[in-house]
Design a protein around this ligand. Sequence first.
Ligand code: XIL
Length: 298
Amino acid sequence: GTTLGGSAAEKGRYFGAAVGTYKFNDSTYMTVLNREFNSLVAENEMKWDATEPQRGSFSYGAGDRIVSHARSRGMSVRGHALLWHAQQPGWAQGLSGGDLRNAAINHVTQVATHFRGQIHSWDVVNEAFADGGSGGRRDSNLQRTGNDWIEAAFRAARAADPGAKLCYNDYNTDGINAKSTGIYNMVRDFKARGVPIDCVGLQSHLGTTIDSSYQANIQRFADLGVDVQITELDVMQGGNQANIYATVTRACLAVSRCTGITVWGVRDCDSWRGSDNALLFDCAGNKKAAYDSVLREL
Ligand code: XIL
């Protein structure tokens, strides 16, 4: 194929981008977006602070705009993210215990119900594991409501939108390490106990190297019976950028359960990583060497 989305589709995959509605009036941005990608995810518009700014009062306008743009162009939509320790509204940051648990589960139910039938895959829980060698959970207000908060969230999401694939999503899980093994053990436990989980998202915010066990890590999750999605790919610009992008793409395509790749933005200037120049298009919308290397692998 001649585009990322078109080539991925020929392999039964999607190739997506994170988008922000504040860029939807930028014609260079929209030209690249509409030409290259067949999946979208909201960079911020579906997070808790955006969708429930006051308790029990929901705000879906920006998220709906992304969904309707995607649907009008035949693109699928990833949902990001129902529960996360970051970008919580102030009112939720001030809650704890049973009150926070009820608010969190209600949030999952309301948001997943609003978007029911329109989301291909939801990041139900984002970044709940700790960095470093513990392999355990990250401390957070949600974690302090009880270790079962993650499975409660997945059950609520399944009930609200039975057609969506339900993902656990995290970073620094880009190889076989203590953190990814902690997640692996949770997924294995969920599968054994019938907790609904369908996919694991590997964010893949990468620097100048890639772990040699990247593909083996994807494979071990697939072997548990869940899909894997590369959900927030970006790679620091440097001598290795094009090679690292190619390695990620090749690894995903080598595992049949690796169903799609999303890059975390369109052009370098749209990226949360600023001067890392971490994306596939330069600020003028031109294809970079990294773009060519991805397309060659697709
Ligand atoms: C980032 C967005 O790109 C920024 O615009 C925002 O200010 C902060 O969040 N992991 C995630 C994403 O799961 O939601 C984060 O997105 C990047 C890290």
